[in-house]
Design a protein around this ligand. Structure first.
Ligand code: PGA
Ligand code: ZN
Length: 431
């Protein structure tokens, strides 16, 4: 028994930004230090994600309760980890995966396992009197701290906005920013300008799940035009100060016979049509990053998409890769995509997530640390992005405390750590 041995592990059910239950875990070490973490939850989830265990009891929170996952932490996981050294994160995570014993963490639940994994990392940092990002840097393959370039949701569609638009995210990247502080300021100007432009046009400015706006346009082109208009209205230059990223979340657009359903346009299109549409957008607008342009199982389409656009823009796999080392490796071998969205709860443990970031970076696939559409006030991913030197972060809009807890933590880290800002270097293709 050492002072960093785990004394207690306790979980509870709390509510996330959509008012849905999620798991929060508290850890206490023998030296009295504590760590707390909570687990995010997606809406446009990938089929290969680690399993989120929900109670299914329709009389409570529409079946979304997580009391079984909570009980697994309080009983099995606490019993197994009591006395384990919190400084041995890899060993702890390996024990958790082994204890579950299923590939997708279906037995104990990835929410139970991830909550424990993250809380233990926080407790270890507290015990060593280290900032969390420093502890994560020690666990990563890089010792260099890096402030990430944010890609920030301005307009929302898909499952985050009642399918008001077919494409899920239209995001702004503050290309001319030299610090995270300036990056957030530039984005904030664009976000406010977008509200003004929409108000002028009589469009609703109510918030979508990630704090973005949802003008409900029928076509992606109209949304891209609004992105440009908002940038200009903010007194900034599109393509220079602000560049555009999109997340099509194409796995949520499944149509009949392998087609894609563009419901707002009222048509079904082929994989080839989707690629042609994206190509047209890239030639017309300053788009430098496209996430999930095609379905998670359309690997043949992804090959074509990568051949056509991979030399020009970042092609990010979210549902495609689900922060799963096997799927990322398969993608790298096939030369599919050139970027990886990194979501801790898709993977299920901190060590597993860091392994995905390391493998991505080694293959020059840009890692983008990302929040989920359902978030809590936990700012863990801000420290994760800095400590792992991922280079990019995707949190949602600069609205709502579940999003701002992360942006505000980045501001604190920048002030405290003096870590270098990645800027566009994390995104620019080096070929
Ligand atoms: P999700 O969406 O958290 O609902 O999966 C985020 C994303 O698709 O990037
Ligand atoms: Zn996505």
């Amino acid at each position: 028994m050492s002072k960093t041995s785990i004394r207690t592990l306790r979980a509870r059910q709390i509510l996330d930004s959509r008012g849905r239950p999620t798991v929060e875990v508290d850890v206490e070490l023998e030296d009295g230090t504590e760590g707390r973490a909570s687990v995010p939850s997606g809406a446009s989830t990938g089929a290969a994600e680690a399993h989120e265990l929900r109670d299914g009891d329709k009389s409570r929170y529409e079946g979304r309760g997580v009391l079984q996952a909570v009980a697994h932490v309080n009983d099995e996981i606490a019993a197994r980890l009591r006395g384990s050294d919190a400084m041995q994160q890899n060993a702890i995570d390996a024990t958790l995966l082994e204890l579950d014993g299923t590939p997708q963490l279906k037995r104990l639940g990835a929410n139970a396992i991830l909550g424990s994994s993250l809380a233990i990392c926080r407790a270890a940092a507290a015990s060593a009197r280290q900032p969390l990002y420093q502890r994560i840097a020690e666990l990563s393959d890089t010792a260099r701290l890096t402030m990430p370039m944010p890609m920030v949701n301005i307009l929302s569609g898909g499952l985050h906005a009642g399918r008001g638009m077919d494409v899920q995210d239209f995001l702004a990247i503050p290309a001319s920013a030299q610090s995270i502080n300036e990056a957030i300021h530039l984005i904030s100007r664009v976000r406010s300008a977008a509200t003004e432009v929409m108000q002028r046009r009589g469009l609703s400015t109510l918030l979508a799940d990630e704090g973005g706006l949802s003008p409900g346009f029928e076509t992606g082109r109209e949304a891209l035009q609004l992105m440009v208009e908002a940038t200009e209205h903010a007194g900034l230059q599109p393509g220079k100060d602000i560049v555009i990223a999109i997340d099509v979340a194409a796995s949520s657009l499944k149509g009949p016979n392998g087609t894609y359903r563009l419901a707002r346009e009222g048509r079904n299109v082929t994989s080839e049509d989707m690629i042609a549409m994206l190509e047209a957008w890239v030639s017309e607008f300053p788009i430098i990053s496209i996430e999930d342009g095609l379905d998670e199982e359309d690997w043949a389409g992804w090959e074509k998409l990568s051949a056509r656009l991979g030399g020009k823009v970042r092609l990010i796999g979210d549902d495609l890769f689900t922060t799963n080392l096997g799927r990322v490796r398969r993608g790298i071998e096939a030369g599919i995509a050139n970027g990886v969205l990194v979501k801790v709860n898709q993977n299920g443990s901190l060590s597993g997530t860091l392994a995905v970031i390391a493998a991505s970076r080694a293959a020059a696939y840009a890692p983008v640390v990302s929040a989920r559409s359902g978030e809590t006030e936990d700012s863990f991913i801000a420290d994760l992005a800095v400590g792992s030197a991922a280079g990019q972060i995707k949190i949602g809009s600069v609205r709502c405390s579940d999003r701002l807890s992360k942006y505000n933590q980045l501001l604190r880290i920048e002030e405290q750590s003096r870590a270098e800002f990645a800027g566009m270097s994390a995104i620019t293709l080096k070929n």
